[in-house]
Design a protein around this ligand. Structure first.
Ligand SMILES: *Cc1c(COP(=O)(O)O)cnc(C)c1O
Length: 436
């Protein structure tokens, strides 16, 4: 597999370099030079394969000889070791549950695959890889659990003190081994600024082999295509072969992966981009003007993004025909009042509890269906996180219905380990140098 930068389509890097660089020097994003079309025989018989089998086939077609087949298979069977079922809620409405991984959010797919790929490419005797990650909640947990125990790697998580939920904090601070958590007296933006400055600091770069684990890394995007194929496989089993996906979107990595799956031949009729009040993309789809803006805080905070970093990838996929993009994606956005109303409606209609991000995707699917009463497609909305991660959002009568998974209960018995730091770069740098 070769990749180019969206800012220089003539450039070429290997998959390994794209994974370790994360972002090209020219600040574009890496895209595959060729997006292979999977043969119809595979697509039409997807229902005969398991999730890891599908994942392996898709990855092998994309990656080519970047990772030999046996090694790739081992990586995938180790990384994708949890399920992603579609659950029927009413006629032609399914929820795709992506929260059965260790951190209870879909980011486990990307983080687990990326960590294993990075570890694979680290050659024997090479310097330890130091992963720095700033998180507002979900990313840190997925990255920590993705790298936990992975040889020759160490993860340093920076999170804003007092600004993540209790469960998220436990996921960040109870790992030990090669994971350490820094509680920053500041905001998420302060955490991100510290990480960014570390990457440009000469002393730190001499001492450490630093890398980032954020969502623009191509190794996080690729594994997110797997569950779109697998959802379609499950629909085929039920005799359905038409589908629309509704995707709760923030940085637009998830829906970007869906579009990649579509480009690889998965017959998806329509994508619904569902956002909260941070509606840069739905506004663009309506007006044709792409106008990034500062993010505003909402109940669905993992989607509080005013300038979605993966949008350039989507624009790149449609660079020859922007009208086609508008035909393929419909945008909807909802404020917090509508989000809460959707949570209550889903509980009332199906006795099912959705996290605030997922609620937005459900509402968007319902509104799309209203506009397309004759569509024969099955609607699948993506449940991106388990509701137990956002306990403060729900009214009591709904909160008490949430089944807290065993892994969370055992987290509550563990001790929190973190180091509290101010938001000054010197303090952070001193900590890193003093704790090699
Ligand atoms: C990260 C996240 C999103 C947004 O996904 P993008 O790929 O950034 O669009 C949605 N829901 C949850 C729960 C998340 O953690």
């Amino acid at each position: 597999m070769e990749l180019y930068s969206t800012n220089n389509t003539a450039s070429r890097v290997s998959f390994k370099d794209a994974v370790f660089n994360s972002m090209p020097q020219d600040k574009g994003l890496y895209m595959p030079v060729t997006i292979p079309r999977l043969d119809d025989k595979f697509i039409n018989h997807l229902d005969e394969y398991t999730l890891p089998e599908i994942a392996f086939h898709v990855a092998q077609n994309l990656l080519g000889d970047s990772i030999p087949a046996d090694d790739l298979k081992a990586i995938i069977y180790d990384a994708i070791n949890f399920y992603a079922p579609i659950v029927p809620l009413e006629k032609d409405v399914y929820v795709l549950e992506l929260f059965h991984g260790p951190s209870l959010a879909f980011k486990d797919f990307g983080a687990r695959f990326m960590s294993r790929v990075m570890s694979y490419f680290l050659e024997e005797g090479e310097k330890q890889l130091d992963v720095l990650v700033a998180t507002s909640g979900d990313t840190g947990g997925a990255v920590a659990l993705g790298f936990l125990g992975v040889p020759n790697t160490r993860v340093t998580i920076l999170y804003p003190k007092g600004k993540v939920s209790d469960i998220q904090e436990l996921q960040l601070t109870t790992n030990g081994q090669n994971i350490r958590a820094l509680e920053i007296n500041g905001t998420f933006d302060d955490c991100q600024a510290l990480v960014k400055q570390a990457f440009t600091d000469k002393d730190l770069n001499e001492k450490f082999r630093l890398t980032s684990a954020n969502s623009i890394n191509i190794a996080r995007l690729i594994p997110q295509t797997f569950y779109y194929f697998n959802a379609y496989a499950q629909l085929l089993k039920q005799g359905k072969n038409k589908v629309v996906f509704s995707v709760p979107s923030g940085n637009f990595g998830n829906i970007g992966a869906g579009l990649l799956a579509w480009k690889m031949g998965l017959p998806i009729e329509q994508f619904i981009a569902a956002t909260n009040a941070n509606d840069t993309v739905p506004a663009f789809l309506k007006s044709g003007v792409y106008q990034p803006k500062p993010s505003v805080a909402t109940l669905s905070n993992a989607m509080d993004v005013g300038n979605p970093s993966n949008w350039v990838r989507i624009a790149d996929m449609f660079k020859d025909d922007m009208n086609k993009l508008k035909g393929m994606i419909t945008g909807f956005s909802y404020d917090d009042t509508e989000t809460l109303a959707a949570i209550k409606q889903v509980d009332k209609d199906y006795n099912y509890v959705v996290c605030p991000h997922t609620a937005i995707a459900w509402q968007a699917l319902k509104d799309w269906k209203k506009l397309h009463p004759d569509s024969e497609a099955s609607g699948v909305f993506l449940a991106t996180a388990h509701p137990c991660k956002f306990p403060d959002v729900f009214p009591d009568n709904i909160a008490e219905k949430i089944n807290v998974p065993q892994q969370v209960k055992s987290l509550e018995e563990k001790d929190k380990q973190s180091v509290i730091l101010g938001k000054e770069f010197d303090e952070f740098k001193h900590y890193l140098l003093a704790n090699q």
